[in-house]
Design a protein around this ligand. Structure first.
Ligand SMILES: [Zn+2]
Length: 317
C-alpha cells in the first residue's frame, strides 16, 4: 500500500495537466491536453477520465496500483459532495465531477480549489519544502491564496479561507470584481498593474513602452527592468500594497514561509525587495523576523503535484 502511486490533475480553463507521481512526489509521467470547455462538462470530465486511465496503465506497467486521484479546479468545490459549485472559466455550475470520475475510474477522487492545491504542491516539493506553516499567494489576473498549517491544507469553516486577494487594503479604493472597493486584487494583480499604467498614460506621463494596445503586466515588468520610471513605480506600488496584505497575514498566522507565485513573481528583486520591506514594516517584529518571502519554484507543475498531495492529505490516518 505504501509505495503505490498517486495521480494529480490540474483542470484549467485552457488545458488539463495531469501526472502520475510516486509517494514522495517524484513525477513518473506527465500529460497535457486541451480543456475544450465549450464542449460541456460531461465531455471535459470524459477527457479527464481518459487521462486518468492512461496514467493508471503506466502505473500497472510498473506493477503499482494507484491510491487515488486529486483534482484542482479553477473555482469553488463542495468537498462533501465532490461537486464543482461554480467555475466561471469553464462555464460550470453544480457539476458532479467526483461522482462521475469515481464511476468511470473506480478510484477515490478528491477535489480542491486550484490556488489551494498549488500551495500544497509548493509546500510538498517546491519553495515551501520543509515548511510547516506556509502561505502561498499567486498573482495573476486576480490574486489567489492557499494556507498550509501544521502541514495540512487549511480551508476554513466552509472552504472559503485563503482569499487574501479580497482583503480590503485601501478603503474606497478601485472597484473590485467581488463588488467591494479597494481589495488587494485591485491594487496588486496583473490587471491592476495594467490599469495603473493606462491611468498614468491618460494623465500624460512620459514612458518608453506603452504604445501597444494589448498591454500586459509582463511588458510593464520588462520596461521596469530596462529602467522605465513609470514601470518601476508601478511594480513598486504593487509590491507596497501586497506587502501590507502580507504584513496582516504574518500577524495573524505567523507563517515561516510565504511563497509568491504567478507571472508577476518573475519580476525578481524588482518586486521582492520592496515587497519584503513593506511586509516587515507592516507586521510585528516577532513574527516578521522569522518569515521567508520567496518565489514559487514549481511553475505550472504546482497544480498537479499539489493535487497528488491532496490524496495523501485525505487518506492519511
Ligand atoms: Zn474583492
Amino acid at each position: 500500500m505504501h509505495d503505490e502511486f498517486l495521480i494529480g490533475i490540474d483542470l484549467g480553463g485552457t488545458n488539463i495537466k495531469g501526472a502520475l507521481l510516486d509517494i514522495n512526489g517524484g513525477i513518473i509521467e506527465k500529460k497535457e491536453i486541451p480543456t475544450l470547455a465549450n464542449t460541456g462538462p460531461e465531455a471535459v470530465a470524459g477527457r479527464i477520465a481518459g487521462m486518468i486511465t492512461e496514467l493508471e496503465i503506466t502505473a500497472r506497467e510498473r506493477s503499482k496500483g494507484v491510491t487515488g486521484v486529486g483534482i484542482g479546479v479553477p473555482g469553488q468545490p463542495e468537498r462533501s459532495t465532490g461537486d464543482v459549485i461554480f467555475a466561471p472559466n469553464l462555464y460550470w455550475r453544480n457539476v458532479p465531477l467526483v461522482k462521475y470520475l469515481r464511476r468511470k475510474t473506480a478510484l477515490p477522487v478528491f477535489l480542491e480549489n486550484d490556488a489551494n492545491v498549488a500551495a500544497l504542491g509548493e509546500q510538498w516539493r517546491g519553495a515551501g519544502q520543509g515548511s510547516a506553516n506556509m502561505v502561498m499567494v499567486t498573482i495573476g489576473t486576480g490574486i489567489g491564496g492557499g494556507i498550509v498549517l501544521d502541514g495540512c491544507l487549511y480551508t476554513g469553516a466552509n472552504g472559503a479561507a485563503g482569499e487574501l486577494g479580497h482583503t480590503v487594503i485601501e478603503p474606497g479604493g478601485p472597484q473590485c470584481s467581488c463588488g467591494r472597493r479597494g481589495c488587494l486584487e485591485t491594487l496588486t494583480s496583473a490587471t491592476a498593474m495594467v490599469r495603473m499604467a493606462r491611468e498614468a498614460m491618460d494623465r500624460g506621463v512620459i514612458t518608453e513602452l506603452f504604445r501597444e494596445e494589448n498591454l500586459e503586466a509582463r511588458d510593464i515588468i520588462m520596461a521596469a527592468r530596462a529602467g522605465d520610471r513609470l514601470a518601476l513605480e508601478i511594480v513598486e506600488k504593487a509590491a507596497y500594497y501586497l506587502g501590507i496584505g502580507l504584513g496582516n497575514i504574518i500577524n495573524i498566522l505567523n507563517p515561516d514561509t510565504i511563497v509568491i507565485g504567478g507571472g508577476v513573481s518573475r519580476a525578481g528583486e524588482l518586486l521582492f525587495e520592496p515587497l519584503c520591506r513593506a511586509a516587515r514594516e507592516n507586521c510585528l517584529e516577532s513574527a516578521g523576523s522569522i518569515v521567508r518571502i520567496v518565489p514559487a519554484q514549481l511553475g505550472n507543475d504546482a497544480g498537479f503535484v499539489g493535487a497528488a498531495q491532496l490524496v495523501l492529505q485525505n487518506t492519511k490516518r
